[in-house]
Design a protein. Structure first.
Length: 263
């Protein structure tokens, strides 16, 4: 009987503790909400998260779009009258911005946390004929996000007639195949170093321009990517050591079960 009473008493104590903790949490939320009503903005802090070698965005760029009147516009205003959601939406309009979250602290500071995209390729759109369309970085999901005046990352360069139209992204089937090819090259240290540029024909066929040697690679459509790169690896391992870097002008991979080398 004493054991039963002890168990019940332990359970009651746990329930009381949970109720107290819950009450303290609710009180803290209410206090926080009431307190912010009396706090004025003392400034804006921008925190930039970048996976690139150097950031593509500057904090000044973000400050300029937080409000049309400049970030000083908010200083001295009550936090309860400032829409963090509107701030976030304005910052997200910057094409290079992947995500944005804003919050404030008890000192009156508004903290804006921004994460920028890490592009996987640069599309040279202004090299196609008389096109005046600007270059674009492309993301893993095929979005075009413009370029940065602050920094040019060392990434795969892509050009060709495939981009001569007013293409706004790579979200269609042909575009997604290209994304897979970009990712394959980027994820392999040797190919990332050896392939300096891709030229994409209007039908989606790809020609690779090497960093070393004169041999261009006629890759064909960006399908069966793994198989084609295995054939290309054989060319570099078996043929180049015997024939040299500048013997062949073309190596063609688009034919099934064949590697064709042309002078």
């Amino acid at each position: 009987m004493a054991l039963i009473n002890t168990s019940k008493w332990a359970l009651i104590k746990r329930l009381i503790s949970l109720i107290i903790l819950l009450g303290m949490g609710i009180a803290a939320v209410i206090y926080s909400d009431l307190s912010y009503h009396d706090i004025k903005c003392t400034g804006i802090v921008v925190k930039l998260d970048s996976e690139n070698e150097r950031p593509l965005l500057g904090k000044k760029d973000i400050n300029q779009v937080v409000t049309e009147q400049g970030t000083r516009y908010y200083v001295g205003k009550y936090l309860q009258n400032i829409s963090l959601h509107q701030m976030e939406e304005r910052v997200k309009r910057i094409p290079l911005v992947k995500s944005c979250e804003a919050h404030y602290d008890f000192s009156g500071k508004i903290i804006i946390s921004v994460k920028e995209y890490s592009p996987i390729a640069r599309i040279l759109r202004n090299t196609v004929g008389e096109s005046i369309i600007s270059d674009q970085y492309v993301t893993q999901d095929g979005k075009f996000i413009g370029t940065s005046p602050l920094f040019t990352p060392r990434i795969l360069v892509v050009s060709g007639a495939f981009f001569k139209t007013n293409r706004k992204n790579l979200s269609d089937v042909k575009g997604k195949h290209l994304i897979e090819l970009f990712e394959f090259i980027n994820n392999n240290e040797f190919w990332r170093a050896q392939i300096s540029q891709l030229e994409v024909a209007e039908d989606g066929g790809v020609v690779m321009i090497p960093t070393l040697g004169i041999t261009r690679v006629d890759f064909g459509l960006p399908i069966n990517i793994d198989t084609k790169f295995k054939k290309l690896a054989l060319f570099y391992k078996k043929i180049i050591p015997n024939k040299g870097w500048n013997t062949y002008r073309w190596v063609r991979l688009k034919y099934k079960n064949q590697v064709i080398c042309d002078y």
